[in-house]
Design a protein around this ligand. Sequence first.
Ligand code: SAM
Length: 284
Amino acid sequence: MSARWTDETLHEGVRMGFEVRRTLHAADTGQQRLELVENPVFGTMMLLDGAVQVTSADEFAYHEMMAHVPLAAHGGVRRVLIIGGGDCGLAEEVLKHRDLERVVQVEIDPDVVAFARDHFPELNAAAFADPRFEIKIGDGAKFVAETQDHFDLILVDSTDPAGPGAVLFTETFYRDCAGRLAPNGIIVTQSGVPFLQGDAFVAGLGALHRATGDASCYLTVVPTYFGGHMALGWAGPGAAAARHTAETVLAERMAGIATRYWSPAMHHAAFALPPFIAEALAAA
Ligand code: SAM
């Protein structure tokens, strides 16, 4: 019997195939199509509307860089807001910082949270057991428009700019995020793969720049988000200064937290941009 494969067709003109050894779950959640499958290379994989969101094998390259770059660079974060991030792997990474007082996550789709909790315990069990973690179900854009709370760090761990995630790439949303930041606060956004999503990268970073007055990005490489580097938007009143935190200080702030991708040297290197990305950013 031939193997079953699933193709990700997120990007026009290219597709990436994954062998499906087992389907753990496949259903429409009312918000999006949710699939959980097992692949021999990437382990458990979660797809939303056919796009890979998280895999047990390579999540560290995304979650560590989204969490530890701003937390180590800022140094004084107490309150964190995560928008999206349904698998809760980012929350778990964030909560490794013992000085944090509160992590609030706003995710639109309760099924993503429930299935990730059942099928990715290695990614999120510690987050669910942590009293500092609070998860709210709702639209992240609506939440930031209405809340009166302030946060030292806002992490936008969104899907791509389509469907329910589209609003999380708009200037209005970023403006509302900026309004909820404490002095010296930082915003980090999932800003896609510039090589394959050049227009979306420019549009999203442009909106972030107009909303905050100064936006740039840093890079990670996540094998399942194919096409090369993934960009993480970097903005907010504390972003420019935190960008230059010395490696020795970063290492001290991360003492006791084991990582497989983040290191003080990778942290600094992540802000070096190849010219094709720097030029796209300048045009944003
Ligand atoms: N790491 C992933 C990536 O870059 O592909 C993103 C992971 S995470 C699973 C994205 C989450 O954003 C999903 O669980 C989705 O339900 C959620 N989401 C999409 N639109 C949202 C909105 N408007 N408010 C809150 N959460 C939203």
